[in-house]
Design a protein around this ligand. Structure first.
Ligand code: CTP
Ligand code: CA
Length: 217
């Protein structure tokens, strides 16, 4: 593969990317998680670094190599991801691709035994990392969120963009086979409206988004 030329507009720019799922432990051997391979987020981090940005990638548990030129911070839970993101600020742009678990439980110190009755899990809300960054005092100039939806994709994405104070939401329909796959069909939702991109490999979606981020910075 030919090396893409660096983009002068990204020189000296710091971009923060989150990727992968988070794992919320139930006990030492069990967890709650979202379905996410991390491929799209890692591809975006790699594409931004290839264009010359300084990239910090906060990654949940995934089985992927670190893209070239990227500084990677591994975390397990949403609360750890929130703390790592906070520690990595300030940034010129933040791209939150992680499929963050919405809830956590008070993890048991010892392995729960099956016993007779199934345990009742008491779920507590996790911090919304994207909303925290987009509404915080050290808000990056450009804040991009992702939204995986199974229905009414654009309607949900438009609402999420407003609710979280994001500049862009990259929405994808996950009712098909996107999860863990190599291709993605996304809609870029911004103040300017909705742009629907043709189905492409996750690497191509990443390169296209990285260029758009360079345009915006
Ligand atoms: N996100 C986040 N922290 C969370 C939950 C979500 O940073 N605790 C980010 C994701 O990384 C993504 C965006 O918010 O960029 C949208 O995530 P999504 O799960 O679609 O949004 P939610 O507000 O959690 O809504 P839903 O009820 O559809 O899960
Ligand atoms: Ca969610």
């Amino acid at each position: 593969q030919a090396l893409a030329p660096v983009d002068a507009r990204l020189a000296g720019k710091h971009v923060l990317v989150t990727a992968g799922p988070t794992h919320e432990p139930i006990d030492p051997v069990r967890y709650i998680a979202n379905r996410s391979s991390g491929k799209q987020g890692f591809a975006i981090a790699g594409a931004l670094a290839a264009l010359g940005a300084r990239v910090t990638l906060v990654a949940g548990p995934v089985a992927l190599p670190t893209p070239s030129g990227v500084t990677r911070i591994d975390v397990e839970t949403a609360r750890e991801m929130a703390a790592a993101v906070d520690a990595a600020l300030p940034a010129d742009a933040a791209v939150m691709v992680a499929a963050v678990a919405d809830w956590h439980v008070e993890a048991a110190a010892q392995k729960l035994k099956k016993g007779d009755a199934a345990p009742l899990l008491h779920l507590s809300q996790n911090p919304d990392i994207l909303a925290g960054v987009a509404q915080g005092a050290r808000r990056p100039q450009l804040v991009v969120g992702f939204a995986a939806e199974t229905e009414r994709v654009i309607e949900h994405a438009v609402a999420k963009r407003a609710r979280k104070n994001a500049d862009w939401i990259v929405a994808n329909d996950v009712s098909g086979d996107v999860m863990g796959g190599e291709a993605n069909a996304v809609h870029l939702v911004s103040a300017a409206g909705v742009e629907s991109w043709e189905r492409a490999s996750k690497a191509d979606v990443a390169r296209r988004l990285a260029k758009r981020i360079a345009d915006a910075l």
